[in-house]
Design a protein around this ligand. Structure first.
Ligand code: ADP
Ligand code: MG
Length: 370
């Protein structure tokens, strides 16, 4: 239905959409998630030409809508858009908001437009409000009118830009309920949202956007239950992390420890967790730098790009972990605990679940703190 090719948008020197490619098929319900500023709104606004893309193609039913010789207004009518801030016509009644478009643009008769408007109000549960003005309605009601108004133009796809984020929490579900209803009626939709549970159960596909690109996409269970790429994981699990790089054995241990302490304070970790992180880090350092064949080990670390320490905390599942990663020549060293007195490894095993992975030329030792 819609094919997006190499869509790029600059605001001045700011690259906001970076060569974005995707296809939206009829009947799909696509959720677009990602950190704020990643270009989600700009993407929707480019799709229906509220913003002019810098380059690329948007092909709808075989026609490139960015091609100047095609009529953008006719093509735009195939798309409805629902905004965070409702954007109703304040001087018109609820029913007036639903009839103006069909009468002026679709050349529908006034009678026909009113009949259609009442049907739509019925569908969104607001038949009794047809003579009210937008200012007399709650936010949730205004947004339901905005959705009805959008439907009054018979769009083939509806683009929603954070339709519930301006609402009082008590009104979110009435609006999501209407969107769910449209989904079950088979409407094609693209929805930018922060409502992760909603996105998970309503959508057929999820796009995770970061830095103006579709960074990862998949089914809801692929994205929400087992995201593959680092930034998606950080976003989904609301991971906060602290990174520290060590280049040689004479690193500043006090600086590292005070960094860990600041991180823990900032994220309100309790003193037990803070102590455990410090202990895990110290024992891992012990294994990496001080036990076994010490000189050999120091050379391994110093000659191969150093050691990265990453402490992360997931706000979603409360998981706390410490990762050490280094060049894979350290693999034998991290494994050679038999050569040591075993104290460090036993302390570690008592408070953390240890696992090791090797990708490309790096080895990562992960300790999940229990
Ligand atoms: P999101 O919806 O993911 O939060 P936006 O698409 O709103 O992201 O914004 C992406 C980037 O584009 C931001 O850096 C924002 O400041 C910039 N931006 C958005 N709209 C405009 C505009 N009209 N003029 C200049 N910069 C803009
Ligand atoms: Mg936005």
């Amino acid at each position: 239905m819609i094919t997006v090719e190499n869509l790029t948008k600059y605001f001045g020197n700011n690259l906001v959409l970076n060569n974005l490619n995707t296809v939206i098929n009829k009947g799909e319900i696509i959720s677009i998630i990602g950190p704020s500023g990643s270009g989600k709104s700009t993407f929707l606004r480019c799709l229906n030409l509220l913003e002019e893309p810098t380059s690329g193609k948007i092909i709808i039913d075989g026609v490139n809508i960015l091609d100047k010789k095609n009529n953008p207004n006719r093509l735009r009518q195939k798309m409805g858009m629902v905004f965070q801030s409702f954007n109703l016509f304040d001087h018109l009644t609820v029913l007036g908001n639903l009839t103006i478009g069909p009468v002026k643009l679709l050349k529908m008769s006034e009678t026909e437009a009113k009949a259609q408007g009442r049907d739509l109000l019925n569908m969104v549960g607001l038949a009794y409000k047809e003579n009210s003005f937008p200012a007399e309605l709650s936010g949730g009601q205004q947004q339901r009118v905005a959705i009805a108004r959008c439907l009054s133009m018979h769009p083939e796809i509806i683009l929603f830009d954070e339709p519930t984020s301006a609402l009082d929490p008590t009104m979110v579900s009435e609006v999501l309920g209407v969107i769910r209803r449209l989904a079950s009626d088979g409407m094609t939709m693209a929805i930018v949202t922060h409502e992760m549970n909603f996105a998970k159960d309503v959508s057929t596909r999820v796009l995770y956007m970061d830095e103006g690109r579709i960074y990862e996409e998949g089914t809801p269970s692929e994205i929400f239950d087992k995201p593959q790429k680092e930034k998606t994981r950080e976003f989904i699990y609301r991971i906060r992390s602290f990174n520290y790089h060590i280049n040689d054995k004479n690193f500043d241990l006090f600086d590292l420890k005070s960094g860990i302490e600041r991180f823990c304070t900032k994220h309100f970790l309790d003193s037990r967790s803070t102590l455990r992180i410090q202990l895990v880090v110290e024992e891992l350092l012990q294994l990496c730098f001080f036990e076994g064949d010490r000189d050999k080990r120091n050379h391994h670390i110093e000659d191969n790009g150093g050691l990265n320490i990453c402490i992360s905390y997931s706000e979603k599942n409360n998981e706390l972990s410490v990762e050490f990663s280094a060049h894979k020549s350290l693999v034998t060293i991290l494994n050679q605990v038999e050569n040591t007195d075993g104290i460090s490894i036993n302390i570690l095993k008592g408070i953390a679940y240890l696992s090791e992975t090797i990708t490309d030329d790096r080895i990562t030792l992960r300790a999940v703190i229990s």
